[in-house]
Design a protein around this ligand. Structure first.
Ligand SMILES: NC(=O)c1ccc[n+]([C@@H]2O[C@H](COP(=O)([O-])OP(=O)(O)OC[C@H]3O[C@@H](n4cnc5c(N)ncnc54)[C@H](OP(=O)(O)O)[C@@H]3O)[C@@H](O)[C@H]2O)c1
Length: 248
């Protein structure tokens, strides 16, 4: 317990898989004690077993303020603070105009927008001067392409919320930035293409100036930079880690 308190404390929502898991692993390598969240207990348990002794898994649904009460209460009792908050939990599905369903709209806005609001609001009492917040956006915020209009809209909404929040946080000493990945090699990226995963990945590779999609560890490196003291004068930006694809 004492050793945990001496370490910096990070919370990574959606840390049980994909990009969030890579961020948790990187922050542990950088000396943090990391709390990860997710809805599925088994996935959390497996992730914590893989991350080792400096990780704790707490189940929570970011789209429910009620569900977030317990993990925030436990973090407050055990650590009393959050040094780095990574609001990563999120996701989306492809749907072209004409085939967008109400359920898709509700689910994407509920997780990617409401979830980010509730995550950061719940963490506010635990964020101190010098704490840093990184929200995982997406290059879809400026370059959604076909079939990603709703997903892109949720990530553009996050970008706009941060413009307001950094003004509200003036004087608090808390920094808040967005790290927007381009297509990244995770199971969810493949799943989003359904039966057309190979075609989808080939399209994304061809679109990239680097001729490839990103690795989750590369996104984690960029998050570690934004979260840490090397970025002490960076506040309110959306940093793209997408190989330049969104600028084409
Ligand atoms: N992969 C990409 O190409 C890519 C590109 C740009 C941006 N992003 C963004 O990066 C973030 C992570 O994506 P990923 O590809 O790593 O996805 P992923 O592998 O599907 O992981 C998503 C994580 O979030 C958790 N999660 C989902 N909904 C949640 C909810 N309502 N409450 C709590 N946890 C929830 C999942 O656990 P449970 O299911 O157990 O809850 C899981 O741990 C997302 O914000 C996504 O939009 C991804």
């Amino acid at each position: 317990m004492k050793e945990q308190l001496e370490k910096r404390i990070a919370l990574v929502t959606g840390g049980s898989s994909g990009i969030g898991f890579a961020i948790a692993r990187r922050l542990i390598e950088d000396g943090f004690f990391v709390v990860i969240t997710g809805r599925r207990q088994q996935a959390l348990d497996e992730a914590v077993a893989s991350l080792g002794g400096n990780a704790l898994g707490l189940s929570a649904d970011v789209s429910s303020a009620e569900s977030l009460k317990q993990p925030y209460s436990e973090i407050e009792q055990r650590f009393g603070r959050i040094d780095v908050l990574v609001a990563n939990a999120g996701g989306g599905v492809h749907a072209p105009l004409g085939q967008i369903t109400e359920t898709q709209i509700d689910q994407m806005f509920s997780t990617n927008v409401k979830g980010v609001v509730l995550t950061i609001q719940g963490a506010l009492p635990l964020l101190k001067r010098g704490s840093s917040v990184v929200i995982i956006g997406s290059s879809a915020s400026i370059d959604p392409g076909a079939t990603m209009s709703i997903y892109g809209a949720t990530k553009a909404a996050v970008r706009n919320m941060v413009r307001s929040w950094i003004v509200e946080l003036k004087g608090s000493g808390i920094r808040m930035n967005i790290l927007s990945p381009g297509p990244t090699n995770t199971s969810s990226l493949r799943a989003a293409f359904g039966d057309h995963a190979e075609d989808g990945l080939a399209f994304l590779q061809a679109k990239s100036p680097l001729n490839r999609i990103g690795e989750a560890s590369e996104i984690a490196s960029a998050v570690a930079f934004l979260a840490g003291d090397q970025a002490s004068y960076i506040n309110g930006v959306e940093l793209f880690a997408d190989g330049g694809a969104s600028q084409m």
